[in-house]
Design a protein around this ligand. Sequence first.
Ligand SMILES: [Zn+2]
Length: 414
Amino acid sequence: MRRVTVLVTILALGITMIGVIFAQSPRQRAGRDGADTPRGKARQSRSVQVYVFDAQGKLVGPVESPRLVLSNAEWRKRLTPEQFKVSRGKATERPFCGTLLDNHLEGVYHCVGCKLPLFASNSKFTSGSGWPSFFQPVASENIAQAVDTTEGMARMEIHCARCGGHLGHVFEDGPAPTGLRFCVNSASLEFTPADKLATLADPAAASVTAAEAALPAGVTQTSAATDQKTTDKKTAVAVLAGGCFWCTEAVFEQLAGVKSVESGYAGGDQNTANYYTVSSGQTGHAEAIRIEYDPEQISFEKLLDIFFETHDPTQLNRQGNDVGPQYRSAVFYADAQQKAAAEKKLKDLTDAKKFRRRIVTTLEPLAEFYPAEQYHQDYAMLHPDQPYIQAHTYPKVCKVREKYAADVKPEEGK
Ligand SMILES: [Zn+2]
């Protein structure tokens, strides 16, 4: 989740960093195409790329959705006077007075003007500010930003990407994992509990299904899992999930016989296999790695040894501060042999009382592995100074270097 920092911090710098913005992917840019951003063309475009709920209550996207543009008279008809004042007039409600401040139910907060999903309950935290506070949106696309210089200071105002409804401001004093605090007026939001998300089904979600249907049979956007059966004899594949893939990727990349390690998602569907949606914890995916290795140099059993040595398989649906089923401990077995090997390993560890608590690692058949966004690949190697990497990844990497010294690739130049 903390990788959102990379994306959203840049987003928060927004307008002052146009160069950075243009260096990013269309999906990453989309969130900044708000009505007040300097992207002139976007300002005039009639539609936005956003994430919405489908009829099954699943968040899908990005999909194209028309902007909602109404006159003030029309808005007054739809909204209460308080909602109008805040959402359309950019007023700020009095602190500690909003109706959603103390709402701790599971569900989704959406725009009072157009029902666009904005924040999930699992990113809400108590900031003490007196306004509902979140550390990340359901999708960066759904929130647009603009510099607000009223009140004698420069702040980053946030609004609904689809209808322009004012939400509040975003500040860089939030908690981990993003370090951001989206400070939002209750009057700009409505709440729908988790078991009623299908009621938010958005017409724009239909285009997802249509787009999928347009793909020729057998063609998906992933290649990894389907490659599996065609890889040559000297390359085997293992897919493991042991919490944050930044860590697991770095642990396994250093092993002799490991040809490549890719970060991605396993256990869920293709259309939700993206970081923001997986972070909701509602897609069924786990953050996983796909290891290509030479079984003559390193065995599946040895990979499992190291896997169980470098994460806590007794934590249910979490690893430390990374909480949610996307951080579960899982072995995604590709065939009966891998399944049998994993079952034996679990039994051996249990019999040996290796862990004080019960091992909760799940054994799940590998259907598809979806590579994660490029900015997650080789993350630890590319960001060695990142505090999360220093605190969580290095200790695991070092542990393996000590305990499995004979299995580690020789360092370059030696
Ligand atoms: Zn809206």
